[in-house]
Structures are given as C-alpha cells and as structure tokens.
Design a protein around this ligand. Structure first.
Ligand code: PLP
Length: 394
C-alpha cells in the first residue's frame, strides 16, 4: 500500500484561529447584536491603491488584443517586475541584481516551497514566538526543529545560541507576532553565526515596509556577509494590500553556495520545473507598487495602520502595561495584565470589552502570558477599542 507522508501525523492541530472564532461565535449567540471590535486580524482592511488598480485594468485590456496578449510568463518572474524589485533594493544602496530576484505568489508559498533546496536531515532553528507556518512546513518535511525561545529580557529578539545547533535559521523582522525589530548589530551576530556554521538564514521580511526608523535594517542584505548565508522572503500582502491579489518575491544571492552548489541556480531549476510563473496581470499590478506614485500611495495606507498602532500603544503607555512592537511594525505584543494567561485575557477582553485579539500562546510556548493586537483594523474600531481598554484596565 502506498505510504503517505507520515510526518503529517506529527503536526499539532492548530487550535488558535478555530478557537478564537468558536469563542466569538458563542459570545455572539449569547449577546446577539453586540458590536465586536476585531484587533485579532492579520489581514489588511484598506483596498488596493489607485496606481495598482490602474495597472491591473491596463493589463486586463492588454490580454484582449493579439499584439499585447501574454500567455505563460517566465517562471522566475517577468523581467519588468524583477527589474523594478531589483531597483527597489539598489535605490537603497543594497546590491541585488535582477537575476537574484524571484517573483512568487506570496511569502507563504515560498516559505514552504524553499525547503526543497535543503536536505531533510538538516535541522531548522526557529526563533519563537513565531509565525506558525515555519514549524508546520518543517514538520511536514520531516525536519528536526530546534526551538529558540525569547522573552522580555532580550526584548523578544534572541541572539544566536552558543553552539552550532541548526542548519536552517528562521528570522522574522519586523516580527509577527511580537512586532520586535532586529538592529544591525544583532543581525550581524546572526549573519556571522550562519557563515561560521555554514547555515542558511531564511529571513522573512514580510513587514519591512513598516520600518520607519532609518537605523533599523529593512533587508538582511544591508548586513555585511549576508550574501553568503541568507535568503530573503518578501510579500506585497501587508506592504500594498495584496493579501487577496497575491504577490511576493524572494532574493537568493548568486554567492550563496553550499557544498559547491549555487542555491540561486537550484531555485531557477526548481521554479522552471514546479511553476509556470505568476499571472501577467498581477505582475503588472505589482510593478505599479514600485513606481513613485505607487510608493506614495502605499505609504498613505501604511500610515493609517501605523496611526492605529500608535493609538493602541498610547493607551498601553497610559495604562502602564508592558508591550513591544507597534512602532516599526503593525503588531503590538502586550503582556497580559494581572498575571493572566493568554486565553484568560482573551476571554476577559471579549466578555468585558467586546474586543478580540490573538492569544500569544498560539505562537509557541514562550508566547504564553502575552497577547497580540493588530493595527490592520479600521481607525474607528481601533480608537474605540483603545478607549474600552482604558476604561477596563485602569
Ligand atoms: N510571513 C509572515 C511573518 C506573515 O505574517 C505572513 C502573513 O500573515 C506571511 C509570511 C504570508 O504572507 P503572504 O500573504 O505573502 O503569503
């Protein structure tokens, strides 16, 4: 009999979002018509900007005529988009060539697919609390996982462990769920650690556009030595509202070589085998994000979310509650007041404040006792949630 991939049976059921919606549903059945303020969402609430919409319409029209019609697209990305993304790096003084940029359908897809490049016997080190897909994708691949917990002492930004320990290293900065952002010196320590041990860093930069402090690195390739040990995975989901439109990009330097094999060439081979590229229409929409007009417009939208984050952090400041994130990131990571555990605080906020957030325990063991608030909701809901928290937690 055919044996399925038995590692799927090792996956822990993800109760987090299921449990949240179950508890909210039960609450609404008991309190019909109550207005719930949702600060738990990881999805955006603002529509695509007009530069993107115009480009999407134009691309749809292109598909109507023989002279401008596009069929299969190049598997690694349309040259016009690879160049636009490459330029986006080069404008910031980061040396990335177009052939090092790969266009994808989103960061989630890449975070799973990229594992094809690595031996299944290798170990994955995951800094936690973490975006749950890192653990699950590696469990599915049968890979050994080393969990590296973090906490208030290190500002939820752990340093590399003393010993080697792992081959693949996951770093997410700005972090989901903690909103913490690595500084240059800290990232340099990770880069040096990876180069010394021959490891590869998978750097998830899905929230890089939320960094406003010019001293904080938005790309791992701002750090010397990263070109020989890192892959960067990015997304337009939160940067430009592409959660439903779907587009991401991955940077694999040509100088990233292990056992004499170029990871960039391996990825070209992988993509040309396993994909037929991202749709022309979506790539045209994505290219508009990198124009001056597109950048100005997405900054306006990001500004709305950042204002929401400020409303939340100002309320927490006034309440004297410990938190991190929210300044260069869309998430605010809150210490549950009164020593409450994550789910007790969830129930308290839901029942007493009609506010829904995300219990930190869902992002790994060291998330227990913490709570994630998202700034992706509407300004009205966020303001009201902050006011309700002020009344409840005074
Ligand atoms: N990486 C992190 C840290 C995320 O939070 C998310 C989505 O929430 C993703 C990746 C997935 O992004 P995409 O929508 O491009 O698949």
């Amino acid at each position: 009999m055919l044996r399925p991939n038995l590692h799927y049976s090792e996956l822990k059921d993800s109760y987090l979002f299921y449990n949240i919606s179950k508890r909210v549903r039960a609450f609404l059945e008991e309190h019909p018509g109550e207005r719930i303020l949702r600060l738990g969402i990881g999805d955006v609430s603002l529509p695509l900007c007009s530069a993107v919409i115009k480009a999407l319409h134009g691309a749809v029209d292109d598909q109507a005529y023989k002279s401008t019609f596009h069929g299969y697209m190049p598997e690694c990305g349309a040259p016009f988009l690879r160049t636009a993304i490459g330029e986006h790096y080069r404008k910031r003084g980061i040396n990335v060539s177009d052939s090092e940029v790969f266009v994808s359908s989103g960061a989630s897809d890449e975070l799973g697919d990229i594992l094809d490049l690595f031996d299944r016997e290798s170990a994955a080190l995951i800094t936690e609390p973490a975006y749950p897909a890192y653990v699950d994708a590696n469990v599915m691949a049968g890979r050994r996982i080393v969990h590296l917990p973090s906490g208030e002492k290190d500002g939820f930004l752990p340093d590399p462990p003393g010993d080697g320990g792992a081959d693949l290293i996951y770093i997410c900065s700005p972090n989901n769920p903690t909103g913490a952002v690595y500084g240059r010196e800290q990232l340099k320590r990770w880069v040096d650690h990876a180069n010394k041990n021959g490891s590869v860093i998978i750097f998830d930069a899905a929230y890089e556009a939320f960094i406003e402090d010019p001293l904080l690195p938005r790309s791992i390739f701002e750090i010397d030595g990263a070109e020989t040990c890192a892959v960067e995975i990015c997304s337009l989901s939160k940067t430009a509202g592409f959660t439903g439109t779907r587009l991401g990009y991955t940077v694999i330097p040509e100088s990233l070589v292990r056992c004499g094999m170029s990871l960039n060439s391996m990825w070209v081979r992988n993509r040309t085998t396993k994909t037929n590229g991202v749709s022309y229409i979506i790539q045209k929409g994505a290219a508009a994000v990198f124009t001056d007009e597109g950048q100005r417009q997405i900054r306006e939208n990001i500004g709305v979310y950042k204002k929401n984050a400020k409303v939340l952090t100002e309320a927490l400041d006034r309440l004297g509650i410990w938190y991190c994130g929210g300044k260069n990131a869309p998430y605010v990571w809150v210490k549950c007041p009164g020593g409450m555990d994550s789910w007790s605080f969830f129930d308290f906020l839901l029942n007493e404040g009609r506010i829904v957030g995300t219990p930190g325990a869902g992002f790994g063991g060291c998330g227990e006792g913490y709570f994630r608030l998202s700034s992706f909701g509407s300004p009205e809901d966020t303001e009201e949630a902050a006011e309700r928290m002020m009344r409840l937690l005074k």
